[in-house]
Ligand binder design. Structure first.
Ligand code: SF4
Length: 408
């Protein structure tokens, strides 16, 4: 399914296009002291490896600006300088040849300063993100609205847009982040109606996982599914590598970026499970992630329902009677001892990526499907067919003598 996206202008953050139909980019931010060039670069490389397309780095003092001058030419991704309070540090970051600036209208409040920065950014050919944040909203705007409501965030952004446009600067992207998910969503929806600049999505100060992940996904995915948003950031209280990974995965799961890593489908397990599904999944996840194979892999706790329920997966394995039943596109291709399940799965996944589905189906063990069917029947004999639960409920109701029991 292809999502229709809101049409926006296109800007470029270094080599990364943002807006105007460009792939949605993933951003993250370093947590190191920018003056510590080696530590910051190490984190930038880790973020890049985890899926970040653009990395933001704080430029909070002169030492940080000097650090940027060394970081920018050695970075594998475009660097955006995050500037609060001191517009001169934005000018210093431009001198350090960053690929973009983020200004907070809530704390660089002097219109003349904003325009000075915009002129310098225009000369350097770099974009500015107007980064409005509910927690640091412009005090006049806040006073007018009485609270950081969505309308207040949008008003603050539009005031800043006006300052930039006054000096002919339109190389702009905007964020209106809120830590409250419904307010964040409402703010971006409002803003999307008012401007065609690309939007940077995020739930600010989302907190540690899993809550921070849930909040971020709730806000960002809601907007992306409406076609709103051009670049995203998860703001987690965690190693920023987790932010980059989560951002990248979200885009892959929504079909907005090509899959470049494994997509694991695993059953939640139930009383029918023939193995410890959680343990097997953890083992397989570690092995498959190390391989970095761009395929969908299913891990199912039983062969009774597993291959059928996961027939859309590229490859999968289902347990039963001490064995692992390896299947490709729902067809059982091999049966292996339970202890070899994960190894066999990883090996077959590797071959599948290298040789393709047709070749691996042609190389299947022809006896495997019959063996799996036999095990399935055996298990059904012991456990019953989960798919006929409604009939069994009806039978139970009849035996108990309660014909008015509702049968679903
Ligand atoms: S695949 Fe089997 S073990 Fe897993 S949830 Fe479905 S029925 Fe239960």
């Amino acid at each position: 399914m292809t999502l229709e996206r809101r049409s926006t202008r296109r800007i470029h953050v270094g080599s990364v296009p943002v807006g105007g139909g460009a792939p949605i980019s993933v951003q993250s931010m370093t947590t190191t002291k920018t003056a510590d060039v080696d530590a910051t670069l190490a984190q930038i490389y880790a973020l890049h490896g985890a899926g970040a397309d653009i990395v933001r780095v704080t430029c909070n003092d002169v030492e940080a600006a000097q650090g940027l001058a060394e970081i920018v030419p050695r970075s594998p991704v475009p660097i955006v300088a995050d500037v609060h309070f001191q517009y001169r540090l934005a000018l210093a970051a431009i001198e350090a040849q960053v690929a973009g600036l983020r200004l907070n209208p809530g704390n660089i409040r002097d219109e003349r300063h904003v325009k000075t920065v915009a002129r310098a950014a225009a000369d350097a050919g770099i974009p500015i993100r107007i980064g409005v944040n509910a927690g640091s909203l412009d005090r006049d705007v806040l006073a007018r609205w009485g609270a950081p409501v969505p309308e207040a965030l949008v008003e603050s952004a539009l005031i800043e847009v006006g300052y930039l446009e006054d000096v002919g600067f339109e190389d702009i992207k905007i964020s209106v982040k809120h830590s409250d998910v419904p307010s964040m969503v409402a703010a971006y929806r409002l803003l999307a109606e008012r401007v065609d600049y690309p939007l940077h999505l995020g739930v600010t100060e989302a907190g540690p996982p899993p809550g921070g992940l849930v909040k971020s996904v709730a806000g960002i995915a809601t907007l992306l599914l409406e076609g709103i948003g051009d670049t995203i950031r998860f703001s987690l209280t965690a190693d920023p590598v987790e932010e980059a990974k989560a951002g990248r995965q979200l885009l892959e799961y929504l079909g907005l970026r090509e899959r470049r890593s494994v997509d694991l489908i695993a059953c939640p397990s139930c009383g029918r499970a023939e193995v410890d599904v959680i343990e097997i999944v953890e083992e397989a996840r570690a092995a498959l992630e190390a391989e970095g194979l761009p395929i969908q892999v299913a891990l199912m706790g039983c062969v009774v329902n597993g291959p059928g329920e996961a027939r859309e997966a590229d490859i999968g394995i289902a347990a039963g009677r001490g064995k692992g039943h390896l299947f490709i596109k729902g067809q059982v291709v091999r049966v292996v001892p339970e202890g070899e399940m994960v190894t066999a799965l990883v090996e077959e996944a590797r071959r599948l990526v290298a040789e393709g589905v047709e070749a691996r189906l042609a190389a299947r063990d022809v006896a495997a499907a019959a063996e799996a069917a036999e095990t399935r029947l055996e298990l059904l004999g012991v456990q019953g067919d989960a798919n006929r639960a409604a009939e069994r409920r009806a039978a139970v109701a009849e035996v108990v003598g309660e014909p008015d029991v509702e049968v679903r």
